[in-house]
Design a protein around this ligand. Structure first.
Ligand SMILES: *[C@@H]1O[C@H](CO)[C@@H](O)[C@H](O)[C@H]1NC(C)=O
Ligand SMILES: *[C@@H]1O[C@H](CO)[C@@H](O)[C@H](O)[C@H]1NC(C)=O
Ligand SMILES: *[C@@H]1O[C@H](CO)[C@@H](O)[C@H](O)[C@H]1NC(C)=O
Ligand SMILES: *[C@@H]1O[C@H](CO)[C@@H](O)[C@H](O)[C@H]1NC(C)=O
Ligand SMILES: *[C@@H]1O[C@H](CO)[C@@H](O)[C@H](O)[C@H]1NC(C)=O
Ligand SMILES: *[C@@H]1O[C@H](CO)[C@@H](O)[C@H](O)[C@H]1NC(C)=O
Ligand SMILES: *[C@@H]1O[C@H](CO)[C@@H](O)[C@H](O)[C@H]1NC(C)=O
Ligand SMILES: [Zn+2]
Length: 713
C-alpha cells in the first residue's frame, strides 16, 4: 500500500506540474448525436504482434462461407430452432470454449391470418400479398413458410378509408392535423424509413387510427433503383419489388426484452404482467413497394398534396403523387390475427476462463432471423463468431490463457425485442455488473462494404487504432485498411448507443459497449432488410461475394476481443471519454437552443470538468503503473476502469421507462433506435417541461460525478 501511495502522489504531482497541452489541443468537432474523429496517419503495411498474427491469419473466407450457409438454411425465428443453438455450442466447444445453452420462456407472436384488400371507388379490388415472389436462384427465399408480419402488433379486423401519413413521425401527424385531415377511425398508410417502425404504429394509434400498413419505398435505395436502370434482384442489385420488411412493432423506446417480465428474467414459471403498455393494440402489417403502388395511386389528388405537406421524404420514389387522402370510396380491409404464447428460447453461452475471474469481456450476436435466410441480419455476425472461436482455439493451443474471462453469447429471439440477451442479463445481473469490463456486439457483421461503429467513449481509441491493423479488400476501393474504409464511410463519426440490438440491456445497466457493423451506401447493392431475400444467395452474389468483408470485420473483432481480454492494462482512453461527454453536452445545448428555451446546464459542464481531471489523472497513474510494471497498481486502475460506467446508471430508471437507466444516452422516445444524449433532459426540453429538465440536469451531473469519483485514485 505504501508503494502505491508513493507512486500515486508522484503521478498527481506530475499531472499538476505539466501544462496539459494535449487537452488544449484536442479538437472537438461534435456533429449531431455523435463524436467525430480527426483522421490520423496509418502505418502501411500494418505491423502485427505474434498473437495478433495468429488471430488474423486464422480467418478463412471459405469456412466463414460454410458457417453462413449453415445458419441460413433452416427456419430460425426466435424459439423455433434449438438445433442451431446446439450446433453453435458444438462448434465453439470444438475450439476450446466451455459452451452450453441457457433457456428462457418468453412471450412471442406468430401470424395466424393476415389479409389486406383495397377497394377503389369504382368497386375494383386489389389483394395484397404477404408472400414474396419465389425465385429459382434463391431456394431459401422461396421455401419461407411464415408470411411477412409485424410481431407484437395488435390483432383485429378493420375496414375504413385510409390516409398516407408520410414516415409516420410525430411531425408528419402534426402536419396532417394542422391541415384538417381527419385521422380518427381511419387506417394509416406509412412509409418505412426515418425511424423505428413501432413508433409509426404508436403514433397512428395515438392519433385515433384503427390500423396501420407500412410499406417499403424505393426512395430508401439510393441510386440503385429500377428507375435508374438497375435490374431487380436476383438479376441485378436493385430491390426485388415483392420484398417485404418484417419486424417487431413493440414500443422499443419504453423497454427491452420480454414485455410480460419487464425488469426481471423470464425464467420458467416467472410471474407475467400485461403487455398492453408495451405493444400496440391496433393491427399492423408490412407490405412491399409493388403492393404499395395501387394504394398510393388511389389517393392521388385527394387531401393534402406532397408540396403542401412539405415534410422530409414525404414524396417517395413510386409513380404516385403521395397525396394524403383520404379518397372518398377508397377503403382498406385489414385483417390480422396473431397467436401469442410463452415459448422456450435458447441462448448459447461459451466461456474461456481468464486468470482473473473478476474481469469479464463479452462478445455477443443474435442468432434468430425472421426468415430462413438471415445472410446479413444476423448470421453474418454468427458466422464471424464461429470463425473467431477457431482463432481463439489456435491461441489456446499455444498454451495461452487470457487474463480476463471471455464470454461468447449467441442470443435467441432478438428480433421480437432483444429477449434472449435481456433475459440473460436480468438473470445474471449482480455478477455482470460486478465483473463485466466491456460488451462487444456484432449483429449485422456485413450487409455492405461500409464499416461503422458506435459505442462508449473509453473504447473509441482502441477501436479506431485496431482498425489500422486490418487489411481491407482492395477491389472495394475505399481504402487499404479497415480504418481507411471506416473513415471513408463515416468521416470519423462514432454515434452514441441507442437501441435496436443486443448491446442495449448491457449498456443500460452501466456496462460500456461497442457495436460493430458494415452496411451499404447509396451506390451499393440494395440489401433486403428483414426479407426472405436476405439470403445466402444474395450475400454470395451481391452483398459480400467472397466473404472478404466478413473476414475483415471478423479479424477486427478478434483483435478487439484479444486486447480487451488480455492487455495487462485495459486499453481504455478515459480522457477521450471526457471529450465525448463534452461533445454530447454541446449536442444537448444545440437541442435547447433549437427548442428556444432557457436551461442552465452548467452543472453538467462542471461535472464533466471534474470527470476530465480524474480521467487525466488516472491515465497518468496507469502509464506509471505500466512503466514500473506494478501489478498491484495496475489492478487498482483496471478495477476503476471496469467500474466507472456504473456511475452513469440512474437507479429507478429514466422517466416513464424504468429499464432504460443510462443517463448519457438511450433510444430517442420518438426515434426508437437512434440515440438521444442526456435523454431525460433532451426529452423534457422537447416537450417543454423545464422543471423536469432542470431536475434531470442535476441528476445527470451527479451521475457524471459518481463516475469521476469511481475513477479517483
Ligand atoms: C434448424 O436449422 C437447420 C439449419 O440451419 C435446419 O437443418 C433444421 O431443419 C432447422 N430446424 C427446424 C426445426 O426448422
Ligand atoms: C387474396 O389472396 C389470398 C392469397 O392468395 C387468397 O387466399 C384470398 O382468397 C384472396 N382474397 C380475395 C378477396 O381475392
Ligand atoms: C417547408 O418547410 C421549411 C422548414 O421545414 C420551410 O423553411 C419552408 O418555407 C417550407 N416551404 C413551404 C412551401 O411551406
Ligand atoms: C405513372 O402512372 C401514370 C398513371 O397513373 C401512367 O400514365 C404512367 O405511364 C406511369 N409512369 C410510369 C413510368 O410507369
Ligand atoms: C471456469 O471458472 C468457473 C468459475 O470459477 C468454474 O466453475 C469452472 O469450472 C471453470 N471452467 C473451466 C473449464 O476451467
Ligand atoms: C472515399 O473514397 C472515395 C473513392 O476513393 C473518394 O472519392 C472519397 O473522397 C473518399 N471519402 C472520404 C471521406 O475519405
Ligand atoms: C475465398 O477467397 C478466394 C480468394 O479470393 C476465392 O477464390 C474464393 O472463391 C473465396 N471463397 C468463397 C467461398 O467465396
Ligand atoms: Zn439483427
Amino acid at each position: 500500500m505504501i508503494r502505491i501511495a508513493t507512486i500515486v502522489l508522484f503521478a498527481v504531482c506530475t499531472l499538476a506540474c505539466v501544462t496539459d497541452w494535449e487537452t488544449l489541443h484536442r479538437r472537438r468537432n461534435a456533429k449531431a448525436h455523435s463524436y467525430r474523429h480527426v483522421k490520423r496517419e496509418v502505418e502501411f503495411p500494418p505491423v502485427l504482434t505474434e498473437r495478433e498474427s495468429i488471430i488474423v491469419n486464422s480467418f478463412d473466407n471459405n469456412s466463414i462461407s460454410d458457417w453462413s450457409y449453415y445458419y441460413t438454411h433452416g427456419h430460425h425465428l426466435g424459439g423455433w430452432n434449438r438445433s442451431q443453438a446446439e450446433w453453435t455450442a458444438a462448434r465453439w466447444s470444438e475450439n476450446g470454449l466451455n459452451a452450453y445453452l441457457e433457456e428462457y420462456h418468453v412471450y412471442v407472436t406468430y401470424p395466424r391470418e393476415s389479409s389486406l384488400l383495397l377497394t377503389r371507388p369504382d368497386g375494383s379490388i386489389h389483394n395484397v400479398s404477404f408472400v414474396e415472389d419465389a425465385l429459382e436462384e434463391d431456394s431459401t427465399a422461396t421455401a419461407n413458410q411464415i408470411p411477412a408480419y409485424h410481431a407484437m402488433s395488435g390483432s383485429g379486423d378493420v375496414t375504413a378509408e385510409y390516409v398516407y401519413v408520410g414516415r409516420g413521425t410525430q411531425g408528419d401527424f402534426k402536419a396532417l392535423r394542422d391541415a384538417g385531415i381527419e385521422l380518427e377511425g381511419k387506417i394509416a398508410l406509412a412509409a418505412y424509413g426515418g425511424g423505428y417502425r413501432g413508433l409509426k404504429v404508436k403514433n397512428a394509434q395515438d392519433n385515433g387510427m384503427i390500423g396501420c400498413v407500412i410499406f417499403t419505398d424505393p426512395i430508401n435505395d439510393g441510386e440503385i433503383t429500377e428507375a435508374n436502370g438497375h435490374l431487380p434482384y436476383p438479376d441485378g442489385p436493385a430491390r426485388n419489388p415483392s420484398s417485404i420488411e418484417r419486424g417487431s412493432v413493440r414500443f422499443s423506446s419504453l423497454y427491452s426484452g420480454d414485455p410480460t417480465t419487464v425488469g426481471y428474467s423470464s425464467v420458467e414459471g416467472a410471474p407475467r404482467n400485461d403487455v398492453s403498455p408495451y405493444n400496440p393494440v391496433i393491427p399492423s402489417v408490412p407490405i412491399s413497394m409493388r403492393d404499395a403502388l395501387p394504394l398510393l395511386q388511389a389517393l392521388d389528388g385527394h387531401g393534402l398534396s406532397a408540396e403542401e405537406a412539405n415534410r422530409t421524404a414525404w414524396l417517395g420514389g413510386l409513380n404516385a403523387s403521395y397525396s394524403s387522402g383520404p379518397a372518398p370510396g377508397a377503403t382498406l380491409h385489414l385483417t390480422h390475427y396473431m397467436d401469442s404464447w410463452i415459448t422456450p428460447v435458447w441462448d448459447t453461452i461459451g466461456v474461456i476462463n481468464g486468470t482473473n475471474p473478476d474481469e469479464v469481456v463479452i462478445l455477443g450476436n443474435h442468432r434468430d432471423a425472421w426468415i430462413i435466410g438471415g445472410g446479413a441480419d444476423p448470421n453474418s455476425g454468427s458466422a464471424i463468431l464461429v470463425e473467431l472461436s477457431k482463432a481463439l482455439g489456435k491461441l489456446l493451443q499455444t498454451g495461452w490463457k487470457p487474463r480476463r474471462t471471455i464470454i461468447f453469447g449467441s442470443w435467441d429471439a432478438e428480433e421480437f425485442g432483444l429477449q434472449g440477451s435481456t433475459e440473460w442479463v436480468e438473470d445474471h445481473l449482480p455478477w455482470l455488473v460486478s465483473s463485466t469490463v466491456t460488451y462487444l456486439n456484432v449483429d449485422i457483421g456485413s450487409s455492405g462494404p461500409r464499416p461503422e461503429i458506435s459505442g462508449t467513449g473509453e473504447l473509441h481509441t482502441i477501436a479506431t487504432e485496431l482498425m489500422k491493423k486490418i487489411l481491407y479488400p482492395e477491389e472495394i476501393g475505399i481504402g487499404e485498411t479497415l480504418y481507411d474504409a471506416w473513415y471513408n464511410s463515416t468521416e470519423g463519426e462514432i454515434p452514441p448507443l441507442g437501441s435496436g440490438s443486443d448491446f442495449a440491456p448491457f449498456y443500460q445497466n452501466g456496462i460500456g459497449a461497442l457495436d460493430i457493423t458494415s452496411g451499404g451506401g447509396p451506390t451499393d447493392p440494395v440489401w433486403h432488410y428483414h426479407s426472405g431475400y436476405d439470403s445466402y444467395y444474395w450475400m454470395s452474389t451481391y452483398g459480400d461475394p467472397e466473404f472478404k468483408i466478413h473476414t475483415a470485420i471478423g479479424q477486427y473483432v478478434g483483435l478487439l476481443l484479444y486486447h480487451l481480454a488480455d492487455d495487462n492494462l485495459l486499453p481504455f482512453d478515459l480522457p477521450q471519454s471526457a471529450e465525448v461527454l463534452s461533445a454530447y453536452l454541446d449536442e444537448l445545448r444545440d437541442s435547447i437552443e433549437s427548442a428556444e428555451v432557457e436551461l442552465d446546464t452548467s452543472e453538467i459542464e462542471d461535472a464533466i470538468t471534474e470527470f476530465r481531471v480524474q480521467a487525466d489523472n488516472i491515465q497518468r497513474v496507469a502509464e506509471l503503473a505500466v512503466s514500473f510494471g506494478d501489478d498491484v497498481l495496475l489492478q487498482v486502475v483496471n478495477t476503476k476502469y471496469r467500474d466507472f460506467q456504473r456511475g452513469f446508471v440512474s437507479q429507478g430508471g429514466l422517466p416513464r421507462r424504468s429499464t432504460f437507466q443510462n443517463l448519457i444516452s438511450a433510444p430517442g422516445i420518438d426515434t426508437g433506435y437512434s440515440a438521444s444524449v442526456f435523454p431525460p433532459v433532451t426529452e423534457a426540453v422537447e416537450t417543454g417541461n423545464l422543471e423536469e429538465a432542470a431536475e434531470w440536469v442535476t441528476k445527470s451531473a451527479k451521475a457524471i460525478l459518481r463516475a469521476a469519483e469511481i475513477l479517483q485514485i
